[in-house]
Ligand binder design. Structure first.
Ligand SMILES: [Zn+2]
Ligand SMILES: [Zn+2]
Length: 295
């Protein structure tokens, strides 16, 4: 089994300067190995890299959102932007050089306006895999507890429609490898009912067209929604369209590495998958899912 979504730092402000090391990466590898994981991809957020901030721009300056929602995003991003891309890549590459089963990845926070600039920024770095995630629709953080009021202001179906449209644009651009936590706006309980699932179909179709994978992310099991991202019904749509899956914990601490991957495998099998995808130098290949023992 593999865990293809692992962060080296927790969220919220950290002391500066953040200095990632191969020793830290090794701690994740060891914990994951104890959970039966034979390969992990480290996938830090691009928005946390100082080099990316001028490229992403002040995306919270969004005239369509209330000032308090914009202020929340501005404060959050500025507090979290405390990495150096070179330091991050250097630590992961040093871990690889030790022979650890690690892939060099990045979680690319997608905005239609800046994706070209971000791709230019990261060109030349030796990435194995790029996750594409939508955390913000304009300046609205879709998965923050502090900004849930936007669902009520927009209406649930409109909010999901807007979110899905950004995800669809990401797949249409076609330069990223894996769709991250596809239905993450449900984190605090506001899920899209399966009967309205057609809202996501353009995303599913665009992912299939682009040859992207979708991850089964177990982080949601620990959140108020208590489900994986995506939900089983949505994963079923991806499977029906022939979109491959990666397995992911979205760990932000060594103790979380590989957490719940068994559950992801079980879900993948339930909807009909027999393989999961891994990547090397941005090329995907499929590996059989393990047989899980009944417990
Ligand atoms: Zn994410
Ligand atoms: Zn993540």
């Amino acid at each position: 089994m593999s865990d293809y979504h692992v962060h080296l730092a927790p969220h919220r402000a950290m002391p500066e300067p953040v200095d990632f090391t191969a020793d830290l990466v090794e701690q994740y590898v060891e914990v994951a190995a104890g959970r039966g994981i034979t390969e992990i991809a480290i996938t830090e957020h691009v928005y946390r890299c100082k080099e990316a901030l001028p490229v992403l721009g002040n995306f919270w300056d969004d005239p369509t959102i209330p000032p308090d929602i914009a202020a929340y995003t501005a404060g959050f991003v500025q507090a979290e932007c405390n990495f150096r891309l070179d330091n991050y890549v250097g630590a992961v590459m040093a871990a690889k050089d030790r022979g650890l089963p690690v892939k060099m990845g990045l979680e690319v926070d997608f905005f239609p306006e800046s994706i070209e600039g971000v791709m230019n920024l990261i060109e030349g770095y030796p990435f194995d895999v790029l996750i594409g995630s939508v955390h913000w629709v304009g300046g609205w953080a879709v998965d923050s507890q502090e900004t849930q009021s936007e669902f009520d202001r927009r209406g649930l179906l409109t909010a999901y429609g807007q979110y899905a449209d950004v995800l669809r644009q990401m797949a249409d651009v076609g330069t990223l490898d894996v769709i991250g936590h596809a239905d993450v706006p449900k984190r605090y309980g506001r899920a899209l009912p399966a009967e309205n699932g057609d809202i996501f179909q353009p995303v599913v179709d665009a992912a299939a067209q682009a040859g992207m994978a979708v991850e089964i992310n177990t982080k949601g099991l620990k959140k108020p929604i208590a489900e994986t991202y995506p939900s089983e019904w949505l994963l079923g749509r991806f499977h029906a369209a022939g979109v491959p899956v990666t397995l992911s914990s979205d760990a932000h601490l060594p103790s979380e590495a590989g957490w719940g991957i068994n559950r992801a495998v079980e879900l993948a099998r339930n909807v009909g998958y027999s393989t999961h995808r891994r990547f090397d130098a941005r090329t995907g290949y499929d590996v059989a899912l393990p047989e899980l023992k009944e417990d």
